[in-house]
Design a binder for this molecule. Structure first.
Ligand code: ATP
Ligand code: MG
Length: 245
């Protein structure tokens, strides 16, 4: 497989918070047009990894390549401009703005301030409830609607690679199901997606390939279908060692 099959390649990444080493020798690849999940329990280093890819944390060593270009050390807005977007943990949105204003904030970079009407229509098609609530203040949205807004806002920057940090946290199963179906639809339309989750079963079910993190390291990786169905017992014993299923 040539490197152009992969949108993102991370090699031997190490990240510290002061004295604490949060990531150890992380290496991973995200294949174009796939859904990849990064699974790990509390404190495993998932958000640290995402923040490092987005340029918010600076790595101590290692490299991050996006479309073959080195992005580690680059400023976040330049990384976003290249086509990387994040739906952050806790679906943080601008509470005092309307739903539509939040969405427009997703397309704030200069090259993105075009075709906003078409981009809005696209996210309204994916999440019809956001169209209904377009004029309402975002603070009145339910938890599930906030999560939808966070994902939709991330899509407004027309990314090539979308990271979703803990989209199922604190939501009812039926809402999670709904959001995941839309994630699948977005992927089928051509967007490469990375799901960062504590929910092992769901992440495996909805992704093509998975990485499992423990204490800042990748301890297991493989095709999600094989981890889920191939050798179920072994897979779950394997995963159970690292995380609560
Ligand atoms: N800003 C920070 N300063 C210092 N230490 C941090 C900081 N952010 C995270 N850490 C530490 O780094 C480690 C990894 O945390 P991180 O938030 O990346 O984990 P996570 O897998 O995203 O966890 P969660 O599932 O709870 O979101 C933890 O030990 C955490 O305490
Ligand atoms: Mg996290």
């Amino acid at each position: 497989m040539t490197s152009k099959d992969f949108l993102l390649e991370i090699n031997n990444l190490n990240v510290h918070y002061g004295e604490l080493q949060a990531l150890h020798e992380i290496s991973l690849k995200i294949r174009r047009n796939s859904i990849v999940s990064i699974i790990g329990s509390n404190g495993a280093g998932k958000s640290t990894l995402l923040n490092t890819i987005l340029g918010i944390n600076k790595p101590t060593s290692g490299s991050i390549l996006f479309l073959g270009d080195k992005i580690d050390g680059m400023q976040t807005n330049r990384i976003v401009a290249k086509g990387v977007s994040l739906s952050p943990e806790g679906s943080s949105i601008f509470q005092k703005m309307t739903v539509k204003e939040n969405l427009l904030m997703g397309a704030y970079l200069p090259h993105n301030r075009v075709n906003t009407a078409a981009k809005l229509e696209k996210v309204y098609r994916l999440f019809p409830v956001l169209k209904e609530k377009a004029g309402q203040q975002a603070s009145y949205l339910s938890g599930g609607q906030r999560q939808m807004l966070a994902i939709a806002r991330a899509i407004m920057s027309e990314p090539k690679l979308l990271f979703c940090d803990e989209i199922s946290l604190g939501l009812a199963p039926i809402i999670i199901q709904d959001i995941y179906s839309t994630i699948k639809e977005i992927n089928e339309e051509g967007l490469t997606i990375v799901l960062v989750e504590q929910d092992v079963r769901r992440s495996l079910k909805y992704s093509h390939y998975s990485y499992v993190m423990l204490k800042g390291r990748i301890v297991l990786e493989g095709k999600s279908s094989e981890l889920l169905e191939g050798d179920v017992q072994d897979a779950y014993f394997g995963l159970n060692k690292y995380i609560n299923c």
